[in-house]
Design a protein around this ligand. Sequence first.
Ligand code: ADP
Ligand code: MG
Length: 700
Amino acid sequence: MANLPILQFEEKIVETVEQNPVVVIIGETGSGKSTQLSQILHRRGFTKSGIIAVTQPRRVAAVSVARRVAQELSVQLGEEVGYAIRFEDRTSEKTYIKYLTDGVLLRESLSNPELNQYSVIVLDEAHERSLNTDILLGLMKRLIKMRSSNLKVLVTSATLDGEKVSRFFSNCPVLNVPGKLFPVEIFYSTESPKSYIESALKTAIDIHVREPGGDVLIFMTGQDDIEKLVKKLEERVQSLEEGSCMDAIILPLHGSLPPELQVRVFSPPPPNCRRFIVATNIAETSLTVDGVVYVIDSGYVKQRLYNPSTGMHSLDVIQISRVQANQRAGRAGRTCPGKCYRLYPSVAYREEFVDATIPEIQRTSLAGSVLYLKSLDLPDIDILKFDFLDPPSFESLEDALKQLYLIDAIDENGSITAIGRTMAELPLEPSLSRTLLEANEYGCLSQALTVAAMLSAETALLPGRSKSTEKKRKHEPSDLPDGSGWGDHIQLLQIFELWHQTDYDMQWCKDNNLQVRGMKFVRDVRRQLSQIMQKIAKGSLDVQTNGRWKESREDYRKLRKALCVGYGNQLAERMIRHNGYRTVGFKPQLVQVHPSSVLRTDEDGMLPNYVVYHELISTTRPFMRNLCEVEMSWVMPIRKRLEKMNINRLSGGGSGQPEEQIEGEKSSLPKKDDVVRAPDDSQSRIQAARDRFLARKGNK
Ligand code: ADP
Ligand code: MG
């Protein structure tokens, strides 16, 4: 620790921070930015006037770094040094160094716009360019000018584009902390491998057999391929002749690993033993593992992408950028000269890889962020003119405005509504917060809270819903409830209520193949959401879990109606004579029910006429995931709003003149034909007949 590069710059850092409100610090990964900056500032008195906040884009990093700093300062985690991530706050009155996700800091600034409790705010890992950090950069710029008490902002980054951030903050000083990276020899594959898992396996074993000691860090793309490779590596290492090479320990490292397993990578290996750490890109810059001498780089990363013109998400394995490739290679040269094996040819690196990763703001849905910015009520913040480091596309802002309008979070002029304001206080995506508010009106808040909590659990809760087993789910006999034909949300509710009836028995979870940790988390999230709802509604609400899952279909009907309002924009109608759907919105898509859904066909083999969905994902085909059947009469108000919608007014551009759009942007106004009209006559006759049929069926 004593020799971390950043510590040699203590004087310079303190002096610069004292003289400037904003300072950018660039330092190689592992130089001590995340763990040491806060301690330096604490030593030098900056915690006398407030807490030091350090933001992290990733939850695991916030937790891991806080734990490390608490250890170094010999204090209890959660006391002097703590962390806050969504749904988990481990801080106390005593806390003077607080690690938190960028999302949590944004939320805090809603109730305390000046963030007065903080003397210093460090925006760490700015190079990751997470959406929330990008928004924080804009807010900090403002806060510096307006806050009455002194505020210091530090922006840290591992890559060298500090100049851009500096320009953004009126040419604030940039401090470079030169890392002492040792040379890393780079090897390329002669061709792109058919399977990067097999290729990584072979390379890892080659290193183990031929190369001198030193840990091996292997970059894979996600939990699935990490687990596969770990298993294969274990088998291969076992099969090596005893005594032919040193021992090996194989450790996975990814964001959904339980914390106690994550920290294993930080303990040094026993003597004469080599560690293989099989990681996602969290080992690129967020977490530094010491002892690595060899890096194996698959050249891929998993990236979530949102397409605002289709509303479709995809989770794709894509090629990394050159910046990422260099970061990965650098991990091999921290303690001595190292080697990096790239499982792709050099021509791919030179000609196929993009320069740098696209910032999240340009590849994600902005509905939540736009609602957030609107709720800040800052007179000088016009959503389209907000000061972004890299602005989002006009199309994605437009998409966000439409989504928000359809669920009444903003009115037809783009102003935030009372509903929208309340929604912004909930740490949920807009569709779910809207559902909670609506459910409260219908008297089914308790059930809606459960559904929202189940959907917010980060881990794949149901064994059948994890990606690798998704397809099998339908065929596995299970005693778990099945949503009674209404779909996945109702199933999630029923499962939780059943668990509640067992008095939250852990064994019950195990017997039913439910992740105990995930279910406990859901319970905790549910409790927190109810507390927030109680506070918002300023009264006592019915948030008790009643174990009512066997109750009347009327209960489910209320909940489904609330979901329909909340998901307003995530609605699809079945196509005549088809079991496929078309989404209802500005740009209709043809989609299918995801195979993992419990939504059932009726006795005529027909799926429901209308469904709302939690998410559109594009894998082999476009699918709707997590579905719920809704009724036609609930859909009508949404169609009406769709017809009334005028994007120019929504974006604050006046009464509908395209010229009044922000300059320089190409108009992407929907053409008339794109608008889904109410069903034509023949369609509505069929619909009416079907409704009569359903009504008869329901009365039986
Ligand atoms: P940076 O943020 O500049 O990338 P860090 O402050 O995260 O660097 O890491 C500095 C050093 O602290 C590294 O050598 C790293 O291995 C070590 N370190 C960080 N977190 C932990 C931890 N939880 N346990 C043990 N060592 C850690
Ligand atoms: Mg760091």
